[in-house]
Design a protein around this ligand. Structure first.
Ligand SMILES: NC(=O)c1ccc[n+]([C@@H]2O[C@H](COP(=O)([O-])OP(=O)(O)OC[C@H]3O[C@@H](n4cnc5c(N)ncnc54)[C@H](OP(=O)(O)O)[C@@H]3O)[C@@H](O)[C@H]2O)c1
Length: 263
């Protein structure tokens, strides 16, 4: 807590960003750092403490490094304790950390499915339920989903389903919390060449039809924050993404699945 001019203690306002140390999360954090009022404190979450600390050191804002693995219950216990002790006001929650699970479902290990659900699904719910009681009128939540949310993806089936979950959850939550003056946006980028993909996966991506939609994470972050400030519910940051969303709405899903599975 900090002291207000009248001697009374004021609560700290924070911006909580998951997956802040690389890719889209890093791009969002840098832009927020440039544009948000100085008094906000950034709470940055990722597993690798050293990487997160070196990412945070040039930031303008005070930053708190939280090296947490959001796929474990222990992380929420630690966060819960921090919230109870400090009672911050959550100005913005960026639910961004996520991971992929490429390949046919049968070729993947059940452990990787559990890991994917823990981070891409459970962590989104856990972070939201943790932060929501500390939000107030004017607070916002941003979820990172994907264009993969619009259409089932053979070869990326569990991942696409997890992103469809986030899109659905985010849209419903937006309606629930709007009476409290809390805004919710869901951003749906196309592929970005970040650490999300291995070198081998990047090579395969650059040979597939998906290469036509590749986006730059900095541009995605810029477009997302502009749309979020305009209170857009679903943000699609590229023309290709918009086309996929439209096609998924108007064309038969079975037909589209045959098209994208053709090789
Ligand atoms: N790249 C794409 O093509 C693409 C397209 C559409 C949507 N997205 C979505 O965009 C989001 C960000 O992806 P990205 O491309 O920026 O990936 P990225 O470069 O791999 O960054 C992922 C971030 O999440 C953190 N992280 C990973 N696992 C974590 C865990 N268990 N607990 C806490 N933090 C964790 C990573 O840091 P540590 O490794 O240190 O934990 C890193 O900061 C994800 O939700 C992804 O699904 C990506």
């Amino acid at each position: 807590m900090s002291q207000a001019g009248n001697g009374r203690e004021t609560k700290k306002a924070i911006v909580l960003i998951t997956g802040a140390s690389s890719g889209l999360g890093a791009a969002l954090t840098r832009l927020l750092d440039e544009t948000l009022p100085d008094e906000l404190v950034l709470w940055l979450i990722a597993r690798n403490e050293k990487k997160l600390a070196s990412f945070a050191s040039p930031l303008r804002h005070e930053a708190r490094i939280l090296d947490l693995d959001l796929s474990t219950d222990l992380s929420y216990e630690r966060l819960n304790e921090l919230f109870e002790q400090e009672e911050p006001v959550v100005h913005l929650l960026v639910n961004n950390a996520g991971e992929g699970c490429a390949g046919t479902f049968g070729s993947q290990k059940p452990e990787s499915h559990r890991q994917l659900c823990d981070l891409n699904v459970r962590a989104q719910l856990a972070m939201t339920s943790l932060a929501l009681p500390f939000m107030q009128e004017g607070s916002s939540i941003l979820f990172t989903s994907s264009v993969a949310a619009f259409l089932p993806q053979p070869g990326f089936a569990a991942y696409a389903a997890s992103k469809a979950f986030i899109l659905s959850f985010g849209r419903a939550l937006r309606e629930e919390v709007k009476k409290q003056g809390i805004r919710v946006s869901v951003t749906c980028p196309n592929p970005m060449l970040t650490e999300f993909f291995t070198a081998e996966q990047k090579e395969a991506l650059l040979k597939s039809y998906k290469r036509f939609g590749i986006e730059d994470p900095v541009r995605v972050a810029q477009k997302t924050l502009v749309a979020m400030r305009r209170n857009k519910g679903v943000v699609v940051t590229s023309p290709v993404g918009k086309l996929i969303r439209l096609a998924a709405k108007v064309l038969p899903t079975g037909w589209l699945l045959r098209m994208i599975s053709w090789d």
